[in-house]
Design a protein around this ligand. Structure first.
Ligand code: PAF
Length: 292
């Protein structure tokens, strides 16, 4: 933990331009202040708050970015449907003692002529990468840009987006932005549904059906704990659970190596159970790490 000095509460600042955020970050670095960053697309839930609180506990200054990044939405995915609640997000940040809310505009982040892109090839290929072509290139590009602007000592992510955490971990190791990454456990509703900014878009019937994804992963975990070591058997069992819910369509259910995300035919050590389903127009993802 980097707690050098107690946090002195001052009014939260909202910064809207890349120039102003890098000026702010340079000034703090000159003073030796440790910066923690929570990159988000807004529409906060308790999972975001857990990340913000962890940053607040371990760093002297906390930046939360809210930017709905158009580059990580694939063809056929409607970026305009993504929930936007900047005003209430800002109020929550202020309440949590965030120092800076960085909410840039699209033109500010991607001015005319912007051409650079960052890709993390093998980790981005499967699963979400296959269902959402271009998604991880968009994520890696925006995260690289945010880290270059803010230069945080620690950046905080949630385990719910497991593949994203691996992609970002790889880029942090490969590109040396001087940042350490912390991944915090998924926050769930009492019925097991992993919190997501997309959940409020579920209809009441879809919301009732949604815990089936977590239930499938839990069934997989129980089967592994009971001694089953065949990846394909576990996968079939998870499929069986989801097929009991008529509203749900499976994008993938997989048993993988937690560092490479390659499917595991025989299970040893730790594995990750990954899943993505669609309920109407809403897509849900989830994962569980399991020790065999
Ligand atoms: O996880 C998210 O909210 C986004 O993918 C991120 C990391 C903020 C990049 O836009």
């Amino acid at each position: 933990m980097l707690n050098k000095a107690p946090h002195v509460a001052v009014a939260m600042r909202t910064i809207r331009t890349v120039h102003a955020i890098s000026t702010w970050s340079r000034a703090l670095h000159r003073q030796g202040v440790t910066i923690g960053m929570v990159p988000t697309m807004g529409a906060f839930h308790a999972g975001h708050l857990a990340l913000i609180r962890a940053a607040r506990r371990s760093c002297e200054a906390v930046v939360v970015s809210v930017f709905v990044n158009p580059r990580q939405f694939g063809r056929g995915e409607d970026v305009s449907r993504y929930p936007r609640r900047l005003r209430s997000d800002a109020a929550l940040c202020a309440r949590e003692g965030v120092d800076v809310l960085f909410a840039p505009t699209q033109e500010g982040m991607y001015p005319p002529g912007f051409e650079a892109s960052v890709s993390v090839r093998s980790l981005a290929r499967r699963w979400e990468g296959e269902c959402r072509p271009g998604h991880f290139e968009g994520v890696a590009t925006v995260v690289t840009k945010l880290l270059s602007l803010v230069r945080p000592e620690i950046v905080f992510f949630g385990q719910k987006d497991f593949q994203q955490t691996l992609v970002v971990k790889r880029l942090v190791e490969d590109l040396n932005p001087g940042t350490r990454m912390v991944v915090l456990p998924t926050v769930r509703d009492p019925d097991g549904l992993a919190l997501s900014s997309r959940n409020p878009r579920l209809t009441p019937a879809e919301r009732r059906a949604a815990p089936v994804l977590c239930a499938a992963l839990q069934a997989g975990r129980e089967a592994i704990r009971s001694g089953i070591r065949s990846g394909s058997r576990i996968r079939k069992m998870m499929h069986q659970v989801v097929s009991g819910e008529r509203l749900a369509q499976v994008d993938y259910l997989a048993v993988c190596d937690p560092s490479t995300l390659e499917p595991r035919p025989r299970l040893t050590g730790t594995v990750v159970l990954l899943g993505a389903i669609r309920l109407g127009r809403t897509r849900l993802i989830d994962n569980l790490l399991v020790r065999t």
